[in-house]
Design a protein around this ligand. Structure first.
Ligand SMILES: *Cc1c(COP(=O)(O)O)cnc(C)c1O
Length: 422
């Protein structure tokens, strides 16, 4: 029985079983969270963060000590020379684009080592559209090493295509595909392979959804630049917007020239009262990420017990906080997302439908009842309405509320006769 929600008894029994099965994977995540929370706390202390760093600035933002201090904290945690953490990054895609435009020049070549990058990067690179200022329009060429038919990284392909490239690009998380997300050990092997044929290549990692899921980050195993969104993991559900780029100082500087202006770089940019939320969010991030991954693991096990295929397996070693649940039909995707929406603290009364989204090829259905618009560290589910009709599930600020959302999604499907096993 649940006191505040109506959930079918058979679903509650399966949920109980799922939680018993998840005991070990949960314990592993708790251990990682403890490590990362300590790592972040130690960085705050070593950097001598003080309440004066939460002061707001306007205009040029000269002398904004909080802005500089936040860069220092990120660099300390991610073991990099420098970082650029700004609310002015409108999204992860923006931060990634700034990183690529920051370091690439006409005549250069970038190679994606992990197959087709995330959907929204296609226009940035110039795989879609023309004359709109993509990398391709500026004479920067693109190549990719496809994954093997089994969905694994093609190390021979990397050795073949990396010589002479300027940027070697790695996407850690699966994004809207069913490939495996890449754990840090695998990213380390990829980087070593790149270095063996091209020591000069700038290794850029799309770290979206990856921060704090493992004990190390890609920059700790050789990445030159790492990029992420603050409305995902690193913002801890508190940062209102923003993104970050962290890595080698000379590359971060080039990125800062692209974000603001050549010659000005990191020295300007007011923070409009965003600092406190960004500091606090980063402090909370390891714990919130742990809750999100646990919510994810619970969903994976529950839907496996309900007869669905999902990726990764609930007991897999995790490197991001995304799960793909293959539901097999548009009806089920809609019902699932409507249930997730119903279990959200904000806009629980709204009914999601599929619609055309800027940057995406197919109509997308999204459930997001979040405090921050579009935030996916908060419980959210979405997917393009196309084969294999899978929803990608992520987030959950707290485990117990995340669990309610998952149960309401299953309940919604049950009520519409869309659960084959019940
Ligand atoms: C979320 C995400 C991005 C960036 O998406 P935005 O919506 O622009 O923040 C890029 N790559 C991956 C793998 C992602 O998950």
């Amino acid at each position: 029985m649940m006191d505040h929600f109506t959930i079918d008894d058979r679903l509650l029994a399966l949920a109980k079983q799922a939680e018993i099965d998840c005991k070990e994977p949960f314990a592993r995540m708790d251990e990682i969270a403890a490590y990362n929370e300590e790592k972040v706390l130690a960085a705050f202390m070593e950097c001598r963060v003080s309440d004066s760093h939460f002061k707001s600035t306007t205009g040029y933002g000269y002398g904004d000590s909080g802005r500089d201090k936040l860069d220092e904290v990120y660099a300390k945690v991610f073991r990099t020379e420098d970082a650029l953490v700004r609310h002015n990054f409108v999204s992860g895609t923006h931060a990634l684009a700034v990183a690529l435009f920051g370091v690439l020049r006409t005549g250069d070549r970038m190679v994606s080592l992990t197959g087709q990058p995330y959907d929204t990067m296609e226009e940035v690179i110039g795989l879609r559209g023309e004359g709109n200022g993509s990398l391709k329009d500026y004479g920067i060429s693109y190549d990719q090493v496809d994954l093997t038919p089994e969905g694994t990284v093609d190390f021979d392909g990397i050795r073949e295509k990396c010589p002479g490239c300027k940027v070697a690009y790695i996407q850690r998380s699966r994004g809207y595909s069913l490939r495996e997300s890449l754990c840090i050990d695998e990213i380390e092997r990829i980087i070593q392979t790149v270095r063996s044929v091209n020591p000069e290549a700038i290794v850029v990692v799309d770290n979206c959804y990856g921060e704090f899921v493992e004990k190390k980050e890609p920059t700790e195993v050789g990445a030159d630049l790492m990029v992420g969104s603050l409305i995902k993991n690193a913002g801890g559900g508190i940062a209102a917007t923003g993104g970050y780029i962290a890595g080698k100082a000379k590359y971060v500087e080039l990125c800062s020239y692209r974000l603001t202006v050549v010659g000005v770089g990191k020295d300007e940019g007011c923070t409009l009262d965003q600092n406190r939320g960004m500091f606090m969010g980063f402090f909370f991030a390891p714990s919130v990420v742990c809750n999100a991954v646990k919510t994810n693991i619970f969903a994976l096990r529950l839907f496996e017990l309900l007869g669905f295929t999902s990726y990764p397996s609930y007991d897999a070693k995790r490197t991001d906080l995304i799960a793909a649940l293959v539901l097999g039909s548009g009806d089920r995707m809609l019902a699932f997302c409507q249930g997730i929406q119903q279990g959200s603290p904000v806009d629980s009364f709204v009914k999601p439908e599929a619609w055309a989204m800027p940057g995406y090829d197919d109509p997308v259905v999204m459930a997001a009842g979040a405090f921050t618009m579009g935030s996916s560290i908060e419980l959210s589910a979405d997917g393009p309405m196309r084969e294999p009709y899978a929803v990608w599930l992520q987030g959950g600020l707290t485990y117990h509320t995340g669990r309610v959302g998952i149960l309401l999604a299953a309940q919604k499907m049950l009520e519409q006769g869309l659960l084959p096993n019940l």
